[in-house]
Design a protein around this ligand. Structure first.
Ligand SMILES: Nc1nc2c(ncn2[C@@H]2O[C@H](COP(=O)(O)OP(=O)(O)OP(=O)(O)O)[C@@H](O)[C@H]2O)c(=O)[nH]1
Ligand SMILES: [Mg+2]
Length: 441
């Protein structure tokens, strides 16, 4: 999902960063590239037009902040506009003051409604609610059975009966009240195309249950079409939000970026797999970050600008690449990083850092110990750690209040890191892989 778009943005931004100052012509060129990238990602052309116009407006009106380079400034604006296009704030579910809170799902055939019903049931349970599922899809013989299976997995009762959708809706609501359920999730039938009969059925079910939330389930793989579908449903049902399904698929992502813009309703949830747990509240800012392929890199840029000496950073990066990075430089870097705040927060913001590492506890005390060890070494030892023989190691351990074991460990890790960095240096960048932060465990 969004892989191509991310790659495109990465290329655009990389080129932009190499340029330094940007005049209007440069900004225009970047905007043109962004426009093409979005169109190729199957984002609706009207949406692209508006989005690019807003980005341009912002770029022109932007007060260049001293702490960010022009390139970073543009990235920041693109990011903010993507967030807006994806819905701005995320939708917060509130509950009816007089329960039950009714949620109805609609959408084309195969868009993922029934699956989303099961996922929603599980999600509401995780929120401490007590839902019931109502199967109003009487079109497909197996539909109710499918819902029952999902309900079973989510540990939620399922109500349906072989009458007609409207009666099931009425009776289901009764049943919910009788059982004291506080959330009712209504599954409806889909068709291959929007047609009057489908809309009429959905309208009647809606009238029967008066949903607090009507969610349109949109298959993220459908691209442009999703926009027309969303428009028709919205005209009939007054959609409150969208559940984007199959985000785990290999789609270009245009639907996600278009649908909010067209119907003016946010994406509420994202479905990212076939299992019940593959479901999450949708966060426009995180998604925009993912599209731009940069984790929470904007916050990082800002933090870094505040604390980090750019020239020093560039010099260190070059040394890393050349493999001439010494323990002295290492100490220097650690000082810089420490200025930026808790290490854990920073690691979490870096793009391309493996999840395991993000969740790993990074012990600030450990960092202190490493610092003490390096400080106890002579400048010569810091530059050429290979001269660290047994007696030197013992001296450093004693001087830093650590053990020779800890000294050995640090030296070994540093050696490994240098080796790895040299490898990256030879690889000549360009690849997706980024140097990993060495672990100090
Ligand atoms: N990979 C993936 N598959 C999904 C996702 N959501 C649904 N599916 C699959 O898509 C297919 C259709 O899902 P359903 O939930 O039956 O769709 P529906 O809208 O209820 O379909 P109808 O009732 O026939 O209109 C099923 O095979 C699901 O397992 C998702 O987020 N990711
Ligand atoms: Mg279904």
């Amino acid at each position: 999902m969004f892989d191509n778009l991310s790659d495109r943005f990465e290329t655009i931004f990389k080129r932009m960063r190499g340029r330094g100052r940007m005049g209007e012509a440069e900004v225009d060129e970047v905007l043109r590239e962004i426009r093409v990238a979005l169109l190729e990602a199957d984002v609706n052309f009207k949406v692209v037009k508006n989005l690019v116009a807003r980005i341009k407006e912002q770029c022109v009106g932007a007060q260049l902040s001293a702490s960010l380079s022009p390139a970073q400034q543009v990235i920041k604006i693109v990011h903010q506009e993507l967030v807006n296009a994806l819905g701005g704030e995320n939708l917060k579910i509130t509950y009816a003051s007089k329960p039950p809170t009714v949620v109805m799902l609609a959408g084309l055939q195969g868009s993922g409604k029934t699956t989303a019903c099961g996922k929603l049931a599980k999600w509401f349970r995780s929120q401490g609610r007590n839902p019931i599922l109502i199967g109003c899809d009487l079109q497909r013989p197996a539909a109710v059975e499918q819902l029952r299976v999902l309900g079973g997995q989510a540990g939620v009762p399922v109500f349906s009966e072989p009458t007609d959708p409207e009666s099931v809706a009425h009776a289901g609501l009764e049943e919910a009240r009788r059982l004291g359920k506080d959330v009712v999730i209504v599954d409806t039938a889909g068709r291959l195309h929007v047609d009057e009969e489908l809309m009429d059925e959905a309208r009647r079910i809606s009238a029967a249950v008066s949903p607090k939330y009507t969610f349109l389930v949109v298959d993220a793989m459908t691209g442009q079409d999703a926009v027309n579908v969303a428009e028709s449903f919205h005209a009939t049902l007054a959609i409150d939000g969208v559940i984007l399904s199959k985000l785990d698929g290999d789609s270009r992502g245009g639907a996600a970026l278009s649908v909010k813009e067209v119907i003016g309703r946010p994406i509420a949830f994202a479905s990212v797999g076939e299992k019940l747990g593959d479901f999450e509240a949708f966060h426009p800012d995180r998604m925009a970050g993912r599209i731009l392929g940069m984790g929470d890199v904007l916050t990082l840029i800002e933090k870094a600008e505040q604390a980090y000496d750019q020239d020093e950073a560039a010099a260190a990066a070059e040394k890393l690449q050349k493999g001439s990075f010494t323990l002295e430089d290492f100490l220097e870097q650690m000082q810089q990083v420490k200025k930026m705040g808790p290490i854990q927060n920073l690691v979490g913001m870096l793009p391309g850092i493996p999840k395991e590492l993000k969740n790993a506890e990074i012990d600030e005390k450990e960092i202190g110990r490493i610092e003490a060890i390096i400080r106890s070494m002579t400048p010569e030892e810091r530059r050429e750690p290979q001269i660290m023989n047994g007696s030197r190691r013992l001296r450093v351990a004693q001087g830093s209040g650590t053990t020779t074991n800890e000294v050995n460990q640090l030296l070994k890790q540093f050696k490994d890191m240098q080796k790895m960095m040299r490898m990256f240096g030879k690889g000549g960048g360009g690849g997706k892989g980024r140097p990993r932060v060495p672990s100090f465990g």
